[in-house]
Design a protein around this ligand. Structure first.
Ligand code: FAD
Ligand code: NAD
Length: 464
């Protein structure tokens, strides 16, 4: 009766993973994608290219600032060939996006190329052709939130968004980042390491909204120490561009005297908003919530029968692994009636150096729920971090005072993104801080700091 059992609209981590799992479960599946390559924001202009530049720029900085010399690695004059670094990034993107195309073929997922829009709840029009499905899953992701008065033009390269900031062909002299969130700090770190002066203008009084306040305070100290200028509690009220220079007008967020700031590159990174324009939602009577997102139930059903939604387009953190897990769960709900995503245990990581990571509740959120115990352990006292000259950071374990159940874990460390996985697993299994404290951790590893922070919950760490 239908062309497909399921059509996904959008082939980002939500849509492509969901489509593959749906096909694995024996359903006839198609995925609509308008980009030239599969993988969505994440693989094309997000997670992957940003991590390629973060990795490459870290290597450059290690060579340029004498870190390698400390280990007896003798170098001549260190120079940057940005074109080579950009080519390495392009290679990573090509390899991974091509890999998804291979997986689509392997799993017999049809790629319907073009923009998809609803004709009715079971019919999606793509490139002038109608395709029908029993279930349609919206996985259209998100795009950068525009800042009124500060117009992005990635081709000119003076005022750019994250996509433009990933593609610069020259290291800016002065990069001003508007927004001290994840994108601002990751991309700001890339260009600072490669030689730019970087100023971060953040509306709030602290960086990294959503993270634990200890982590946010420490982040400001660490980024300042690395040479970034931070203008916290400051808003940008306008921008003008003359030739290759931008002039920004800034004001204290709480009001006060304006000042101007000149830059040869400005990155607008003030958040992202769901992609819903052009989807034809009016044709199926699907309304958005006040934040422009599509609300769903636990099974990702929208208010319209036969239409579900996952990923950045629905509420929750805009993270690739959250979208992927929702992709798998929606496929399993459709095919079997059951699916699982534990939205209380979704780790978040900022891939700077050190990395900033967390899972579960912040200390402030946990306190609102009841009495808690907190254990903290500094990376300075971790033998591996100390040996590697990585003194910055700490691990913090937050547990319920009565049950000892772990409510949240926060980490700042060179490999915090990897360390946080054990915390997520422990929380998923309902671990207590004692469970972590009595789990044998290999020595010498950064992860021993997680064990010591857990031991500190009851006041008994060994190495401090
Ligand atoms: P998307 O990945 O946005 O994919 C949606 C796809 O749908 C797009 O390809 C789009 O072209 C397509 N589409 C939209 N509308 C239509 C339509 N009508 N018809 C056809 N196709 C359509 N997250 C992390 O977890 N880790 C990171 O390190 C990380 N780094 C990031 C770095 C940057 C610079 C950015 C911008 C984001 C980063 N993110 C990261 C966030 C991550 O990219 C997103 O959370 C994730 O991609 C969301 O997946 P999604 O499938 O919901 O949507
Ligand atoms: P964000 O929400 O992380 O940070 C935006 C920042 O901009 C906030 O601190 C906010 O207070 C500030 N801001 C808002 N308006 C402002 C204004 N007018 N002037 C100054 N500051 C202003 O958003 P982002 O950094 O743009 O990232 C978007 C999304 O992409 C995030 O939700 C994030 O989850 C995802 N992302 C994730 C990763 C990762 O997982 N490592 C990397 C990049 C992006």
């Amino acid at each position: 009766m239908y062309d497909y059992d399921v059509i996904f609209i959008g082939a980002g981590p939500g849509g492509y993973v969901g489509a593959i799992r749906t096909a694995q479960l024996g359903l006839k599946t198609a995925c609509v994608e308008s980009r030239e390559t599969l993988g969505g924001t994440c693989l094309n202009v997000g997670c992957i290219p940003s991590k390629a530049l973060l990795h490459g720029s870290e290597k450059f900085e290690e060579a340029a600032n004498g870190t390698l010399a400390r280990y007896g690695v003798k170098l001549g004059k260190v120079e940057l060939d940005l074109a080579v670094l950009q080519a390495d990034k392009a290679d990573a993107v090509k390899g991974l996006t091509g890999g998804i195309e291979f997986l689509f073929k392997k799993n017999k997922v049809d790629w319907l190329k073009g923009l998809g829009s609803f004709k009715d709840a079971h019919t999606v029009t793509v490139a002038g052709k109608d395709y029908t499905a029993k279930e349609v899953v919206i996985a259209t992701g998100s795009s950068v939130t525009p800042l009124p008065g500060v117009e992005v033009d990635n081709d000119k390269g003076v005022i750019v968004d994250s996509t433009g900031a990933l593609a610069l062909s020259k290291v800016p002299e002065h990069l001003v980042v508007i927004g001290g969130g994840v994108i601002g700090l990751e991309m700001g770190s890339v260009w600072r390491r490669l030689g730019a002066k970087v100023t971060v203008v953040e509306f709030l009084d602290a960086l990294l909204p959503g993270m634990d306040s200890d982590v946010r305070k420490e982040a400001a100290k660490i980024f300042k120490k690395q040479g970034m200028e931070l203008k916290l509690g400051t808003k940008v009220t306008g921008a003008s561009v003359k030739g290759k220079k931008a002039t920004l007008t800034l004001e204290p967020a709480k009001g006060g005297a304006a000042e101007t700031l000149e830059a040869d590159c400005v990155l607008v990174a003030i958040g992202r908003r769901p992609n819903v324009a052009g989807l034809g939602l009016e044709n199926i009577g699907l309304e958005l919530n006040a934040r422009g997102q599509i609300d769903t139930g636990h099974d990702f059903r929208t208010s319209v029968d036969g239409v579900r939604a996952i990923g950045d387009v629905i509420p929750g953190p805009m993270l690739a692994h959250k979208a992927e897990d929702e992709g798998i769960a929606v496929a399993e709900y459709i095919a079997t009636g059951t699916g699982i995503v534990n939205h209380a245990v979704i780790p978040g990581v900022v891939y700077t150096n050190p990395e900033f990571a967390g899972v579960g509740l912040t200390e402030e959120q946990a306190k609102e729920q009841g009495e808690i115990k907190v254990g903290k352990f500094p990376m300075m006292a971790n033998s591996r971090a100390k040996t590697n000259h990585e003194p910055d950071g700490f691990v913090k374990v937050i547990a319920d005072a009565k049950t000892d159940r772990v409510l949240g874990v926060w980490a700042i460390a060179s490999v915090a993104g990897t360390m946080i996985a054990e915390a997520a697993l422990a929380m998923e299994f309902g671990a207590t801080s004692e469970d972590i404290a009595y789990t044998c951790h290999a020595h010498p590893t950064h992860s021993e700091a997680v064990k010591e922070a857990a031991m500190a919950v009851t006041g008994k760490p060994i190495h401090i």
